[in-house]
Design a binder for this molecule. Structure first.
Ligand SMILES: C[S@@+](CC[C@H](N)C(=O)[O-])C[C@H]1O[C@@H](n2cnc3c(N)ncnc32)[C@H](O)[C@@H]1O
Length: 529
């Protein structure tokens, strides 16, 4: 067995002795060796391109040493290798120390985030840092690390940042001038708000060289579902007139797509995942969805199984009309894209659902509605203890919400134009759960075009023409290819041309004698979340 074979056997054995929750709390998901080798080889090429012969390697989160092993195997004899690695968990660090005894590496068992730099100055840092999400980090630790990171780099770090962001910033002080640094991180930072700290660092503190984003449908780790990117930069003064290589898909060595992007463009583009496939988003987009619709998440009931009932169950419990409101089934169960309504405004669907919305259970209520009270009592044991129910004054009370004329399913895998984002035109007074986003017309829409269902239909038709890629471009994508768009992100979608489209549609419907039924959906929900 060679050392790498021994290391892989050791990794497997050590992983099997820890449970997944413990591993997650320290971000212990090792890099498959073939991937480590591709990454390291690229780093060594960058270093070699600078005429550097000696390799001073550092991995701040070394585990059993996947990257170090790759460096050793890729370094030719004439390159002089020295290395240092940090590992917080003795479970991995002790056997790794043993494994690499006699090799030119020092493994330190300590918390890298709190280490002052040693005299060793690496010229190559390659790291798969722990992906520990912010809510799993103690508030005190976050505060302490954020202060350090800001003092050392001048970059302000958001409290929503995962541990990997702190690692990247805190490694800065170690780097010698011209050092090459490569980080295998979640690609999420390229899109989400907290990622700004890393983007600021990459644009203003160092020279960004390359960002490779793996296809999110092809997870890089067997045991962790994240979509990953490798970020390469060189320690040195940033070049605002320069550019960086953005690659996507395929492999790190042989990407499916690539493009050079100007640093100036990266400064203005909030979503770096637009590259390399797309262009920088125009900052002067004429119309965005927020001009015409306010987007809110549907309601969180606290327990759909308990609070959402079929029509027959409602009848069985003799629930009076005023204690219920029609609610749409989830996107998967809702086959139609247009929900029509009966004369009472209830949706015309094969199976109708209702949300139970009861006032306080007073004595009088027990007398008037005994079955309903009995049913509520049956939820006292379990349902009332749920996180959301517990936080309410009456555990069974529900948020007030008006129906929305347009809904959007905002999460799913889907591909190409058959994507996950589906718009539903709702003629009924049914509301929706948080498996939908609810679109309420703005004052501008109703002032310019009115608030009839013909206007909403025109808007719905237009939204159906907006490409899935445009919507995805505003949203985010998770490992395994799950795509999602949040209310504020949907509001940013470019709907240029909507005004003229709506005007034309309405004109032609008037010419054809189309009626304009007013909708019962005010510009804002009564109690927005
Ligand atoms: C994603 S794994 C990467 C391991 C290895 N470098 C690889 O690529 O296979 C992250 C490693 O960082 C270690 N770690 C977590 N927090 C750390 C810290 N504060 N300081 C040093 N190591 C840490 C974990 O125990 C884990 O072994």
């Amino acid at each position: 067995m060679n050392t790498e074979e021994e290391r892989q056997a050791l990794q497997k054995d050590l992983d099997s002795k820890k449970n997944t929750d413990d591993r997650r709390s320290l971000g212990q998901f090792s890099t498959p060796f073939p991937l480590a080798k591709e990454i390291v080889t690229f780093g060594l090429t960058l270093l070699g391109g600078k005429g550097t012969r000696d390799v001073r390697f550092m991995d701040p989160a070394i585990g059993t040493g996947s990257f170090y092993s790759a460096v050793e195997s890729a370094c030719s004899d004439e390159r002089c290798l020295s290395a240092i690695g940090y590992e917080i968990d003795p479970h991995y660090a002790m056997p790794a120390k043993e494994l690499w005894r006699g090799h030119p590496i020092e493994i330190k068992i300590s918390d890298f985030a709190c280490e002052p730099p040693a005299s060793f100055r690496p010229n190559l840092v390659v790291c798969n840092p722990p992906y520990v999400r912010h809510h799993l980090m103690h508030a005190e630790r976050k505060k302490e690390l954020a202060l350090k990171a800001t003092t050392e780099t001048g970059v302000k770090i958001s409290g929503l940042s995962g541990l990997y962001c702190y690692f990247m910033l805190l490694a800065d002080k170690w780097l010698s001038e011209g050092a090459i640094s490569g980080w295998l991180v979640p690609s999420e930072f390229m899109d989400v708000g907290y990622g700004k700290c890393l983007k600021d660092y990459l644009l203003h503190n160092v020279r960004l060289v390359r960002v490779h984003r793996f296809d999110p449908a092809e997870a890089q780790f067997d045991d962790a579902l994240v979509s990953s990117a490798v970020v390469w930069f060189e320690k040195g003064r940033p070049d605002p007139d320069g550019d960086a290589l953005f690659t996507y898909g395929g492999t790190h060595d042989s990407p499916a797509m690539s493009k050079r992007v100007k640093i100036a463009e990266l400064e203005t583009e909030r979503k770096w995942t637009r590259f390399p496939a797309g262009e920088c988003k125009k900052t002067d987009v004429a119309e965005t969805l927020s001009d015409y619709f306010t987007v809110k998440r549907g309601i969180a009931t606290g327990n759909n199984g308990f609070f959402i009932l079929s029509e027959s169950k409602m009848r069985g419990l003799k629930v009076p009309d005023e204690f219920s409101v029609p609610i749409l089934p989830g996107p998967r169960a809702l086959k139609a894209d247009v929900v029509t309504a009966d004369s009472d405004g209830n949706p015309e669907l094969p199976e109708r659902l209702f949300l139970l919305k009861c006032p306080k259970m007073a004595e009088e209520m027990g007398r008037l509605h005994p079955q309903l009270c009995e049913y509520l009592r049956s939820g006292e044991e379990n349902v009332s203890k749920g996180c959301l129910c517990r936080s309410r004054k009456e555990w069974y009370s529900q948020e007030e919400r008006r129906p929305a004329p347009i809904l959007c399913s905002y999460m799913g895998r889907g591909s190409g134009e058959k994507g996950p984002f589906r718009f539903i035109l709702n003629h009924s007074k049914a509301i929706a759960t948080n498996s939908y986003l609810m679109l309420y017309p703005t004052k501008r829409l109703t002032e310019e075009f009115g608030d009839g269902m013909d206007v909403m239909r025109a808007a719905w038709e237009f939204l159906n023409k907006v490409s899935q890629a445009e919507i995805s471009g505003e949203g985010r994508v998770y490992g395994g290819g799950l795509r999602k768009v949040e209310p504020r992100e949907l509001q940013r979608v470019d709907v240029s041309g909507f005004a003229s489209f709506a005007a034309n549609r309405l004109e032609s419907s008037v010419e054809q004698g189309g009626a304009s039924t007013r909708i019962d959906a005010s510009a804002e929900p009564i109690s927005p979340r």
